[in-house]
Design a protein around this ligand. Structure first.
Ligand SMILES: Nc1ncnc2c1ncn2[C@@H]1O[C@H](COP(=O)(O)OP(=O)(O)OP(=O)(O)O)[C@@H](O)[C@H]1O
Ligand SMILES: [Mg+2]
Length: 269
């Protein structure tokens, strides 16, 4: 069994549960594990400190994303690859895991097509077309490279950056990057660890839903979780047997997610 785990930027740093490292190690040894990380909030914090105001746009489907101009993609890469990825890799080395940090640019791990134009909703709820900037739609994942590392007992730790067709650095969403990686390496499970237990609806945690049901709930899910549900569905549509959205703040979060404790499980169908 191979699992792909996406660690949300929301659980990195201060409040992180100390058991997570040993838990990752355990799953790595017993199942095979590849990590993908996020870090949107950290990117925004550093960008603002550098005096670069961040703006967010919402697509007609209700998906919220960072507007990534040329300066922003540089800051995004600096924080994701230079800071967050290296912090995770060194923490993993601290518990004896031979982790290898990669962005999607390294070894063409993630290739994407730059979105030349974006359709966004303005304040009055009307559609507008704007310049695309530096975000991409993922086209391919170099599964050979990732499985080569896994088979040699290295744990790939992937940052959500992709390489465009003209060699540009592109911002790709962490949840969706994880889903595409999981699909490409034919992972059995895609686990999203975040700062809440799973998908909440009418103040209750949804325990199980099919991909079709998950798609139906999307318009009623708020920002942050909407992208995770979309990515969870994409993963199962690419052949992953189940997607799990769970809290990364509890003890042994991966073990707990694999046992389906207090989390949302999305299954094919
Ligand atoms: N229906 C919902 N159920 C659960 N959480 C929701 C819902 N709607 C919105 N959310 C928000 O989604 C957030 C999780 O997504 P968020 O993008 O903030 O974290 P992350 O993906 O773990 O981190 P990062 O984006 O940095 O990788 C929750 O903290 C919650 O506030
Ligand atoms: Mg997120």
């Amino acid at each position: 069994m191979v699992v792909v785990v996406k660690i949300g930027g929301s659980i990195l740093g201060e409040g992180v549960n100390p058991t997570i490292l040993e838990d990752i190690k355990d799953a790595f040894i017993h199942h095979g594990l590849l990590l993908v990380h996020g870090g949107g909030k950290q990117v925004t914090e550093v960008a603002e400190k550098l005096g670069k105001t961040q703006t967010f746009i919402v697509s007609p489907e209700g998906i919220r994303s960072r507007y990534t101009d040329k300066e922003t993609v540089v800051i995004y890469t600096m924080v994701m690859v230079g800071k967050i990825n290296k912090e995770i890799v060194s923490a993993l080395h601290g518990v004896g895991i031979n982790a290898v940090g990669l962005s999607g640019v390294d070894g063409s791990a993630i290739m994407a097509e730059r979105k030349k134009k974006l359709i966004v909703m303005d304040e009055r709820g009307r559609k507008r077309v704007i310049e695309g900037g530096y975000t991409g739609k993922i086209k391919s994942v170099n599964s050979d490279l990732l499985t080569l590392l896994l088979r040699s007992n290295y744990m790939p730790v992937v940052s959500p950056i992709a390489m465009g067709e003209e060699g540009e650095l592109l911002n790709v969403d962490g949840d969706r990057a994880a889903a595409y990686v999981a699909g490409a390496i034919k992972a059995d499970k895609m686990i999203f660890l975040t700062d809440v237990q799973g998908v909440m609806m009418d103040n209750r945690l949804i325990l199980r839903m099919s991909g079709t049901q998950a798609k139906e709930t999307m318009p009623r899910i708020g920002f942050g979780m909407e992208k995770k549900v979309l990515a969870a569905v994409e993963a199962i549509e690419m052949g992953v047997k189940e997607s799990i959205i769970a809290s990364g703040l509890v003890e042994n979060p991966i073990k707990s997610a694999i046992e389906h404790k207090d989390c949302t499980v999305i299954y094919p169908g």
